[in-house]
Design a protein around this ligand. Structure first.
Ligand code: BGP
Length: 467
């Protein structure tokens, strides 16, 4: 099958997982800098040497080489984030950090040199640490103002360089990772539902405000929300399981519902009532929420099952958002269940529900790779498992397009190996490009193309026909 001519093929990373240079050129400390390996809650207030994200893959200095490799694959777009703490080191500063702004000028210029359109996430799990500690992150309404100042600054600066923007990475993940996703310093087990949903409300208002401001400042820009999609199947045809699955999906869909419909859905009002949650709303909030997005973007890695039967609720190993394992599906080494048809399913569900163009901005397989001699004096990785994963998922994207779903693009996660978000390790690799860096800190940081590099290049060159 041929994908549309203007389909945005590409890859995705996030600043905190690849840039390194955590304290260069005036950057402030972000919440990621104080999360050592495997830790997703506040642990220490100081960056620790154990944290692979402090040096990342040194993208901050090596980006020209990396963008060149993306161009060689034929990327039409490259998704990355702006590290908020490079621009406003403490988050609540009055003035922006010029050196931080200059870095992204250079980065976006480099993309345009090859005709690659940047796709920029404004906030990708990298809240400035000060906003977490002094304000308890998004629980505090002041964050809306700080975020507004930040987005106004970057919109003004990059309005001629960036056309596609995403407001918050996987905004619904705050339900499960309040520190990493929402910069909420209060430990998860002490966080009340009231504060959690208040924080979510602030993020939703901030997202709609960014969309409004973006449209005013950049009439040609397209601004989208970004949700973690993890379709929930009922574990059995028992109606109790079907309703359990519906409710689990609601908790994720409601973020998209607000972004697309501009108001809270009825099932959430019920949830708030039944859980004694009373959102504090400013008089303009309802009006601001009406600034709806141009498109819906999402990550897709896996589906899960849900059941009403407490005894069967053995949590799926490694599933970030809870749920129960599906007996029909294999899993990755990290327990993420592999379900290519779930991609077609979720594309159809989202389109039916929202009637907004969709953008798959994350999908991929985290695996342990082995660097071997390529027989020509160099080194490579024979990652047929990754090729197979991506191929099966892309074929399902093709099926969804044939179903009539408008899909504007596809960016694989971690197009170059980056430090994992959930484990802060480099051994969980997603890239088409191998980075010689190991979790003990050793390695030359040299880049090597994997077999999947040439496979993806061919997929792009043939508009998907080579699949
Ligand atoms: C998503 C995040 C990414 C990314 C990806 C893979 O949830 O948006 O930042 O890292 O998952 O997850 P991991 O790195 O934990 O394998």
């Amino acid at each position: 099958m041929k994908f549309p001519k203007d389909f945005l093929w590409g890859g995705a990373v996030a600043a905190n997982q690849c840039e390194g240079a955590y304290n260069e050129d005036g950057k402030g400390i972000s919440i990621q800098d104080v999360m050592p390996r495997g830790i997703k809650t506040p642990h220490t207030d100081l960056p620790t040497e154990d944290n692979m994200k402090l040096t990342g893959i040194d993208f901050y200095h090596r980006y020209p080489e990396d963008i060149k490799l993306f161009a060689e694959m034929g990327f039409k777009t490259f998704r990355t984030s702006i590290a908020w703490s490079r621009i406003f080191p403490q988050g609540d500063d009055a003035e922006a950090n010029e050196k931080g702004l200059e870095f992204y000028d250079r980065l976006f210029d480099e993309c345009h040199k090859y005709g690659i359109e940047p796709l920029v996430t404004l906030s990708h799990y990298e809240t400035p640490l000060n906003l977490a500690k002094a304000y308890d992150g998004w629980v505090n309404r002041d964050l809306i103002g700080f975020y507004e100042r930040y987005v106004r600054t970057v919109f003004a600066r990059y309005k001629d360089k960036v056309k596609y923007w995403l407001t918050f990475n996987e905004i619904n993940s705050v339900l499960h990772e309040p520190f990493m996703s929402g910069g909420i310093y209060t430990p998860k087990d002490q966080l009340s539902k009231q504060d959690l949903y208040q924080a979510i409300h602030h993020e939703l208002v901030a997202s709609a405000l960014a969309t409004k401001i973006g449209h005013e400042m950049m009439p040609k820009a397209k601004i989208g929300c970004m949700v973690l999609s993890m379709p929930t199947y009922p574990l059995s045809p028992n109606p109790d399981d079907v309703i359990a699955a519906m409710k689990a999906d609601h908790m994720n869909y409601f973020f998209g519902d607000v972004h697309v419909r501009g108001k809270y859905p009825g099932y959430m009002k019920r949830y708030f009532r039944e859980n004694h949650i009373e959102l504090k709303q400013d008089k303009d909030d309802a009006e601001i929420l009406k600034n709806t997005v141009d498109f819906v973007s999402f990550s897709y890695y896996m589906s899960v099952c849900e059941t009403a039967d407490e005894e069967k609720k053995i949590k799926g190993q490694g599933n970030i958002m809870g749920g129960v394992s599906n007996p029909y599906l294999p899993a990755s080494e990290w327990g993420w269940q592999i379900d290519p048809q779930g991609m077609r399913y979720v594309l159809n569900v989202f389109w039916d529900r929202w009637q907004k163009t969709l953008f798959i901005v994350e999908n991929g397989l985290g695996a342990v790779d082995e660097l071997v001699d390529d027989g020509k004096g160099g080194k490579t990785v024979h990652d047929d498992y990754r090729i197979d994963y991506l191929k099966q998922h892309l074929l399902q994207v093709g099926e969804a397009i044939s179903d009539g779903v408008p899909v504007m693009g596809y960016t694989t996660w971690g197009c170059i190996d980056v430090v994992s978000a959930s484990t802060a390790e480099l051994k969980k690799r997603y890239g088409f490009i191998y980075v010689d860096r190991n979790d003990d800190g050793s390695g030359t940081l040299k880049r090597y193309t994997k077999d999947s590099f040439f496979w993806y290049k061919n997929v792009i060159a043939t508009d998907g026909e080579a699949l």
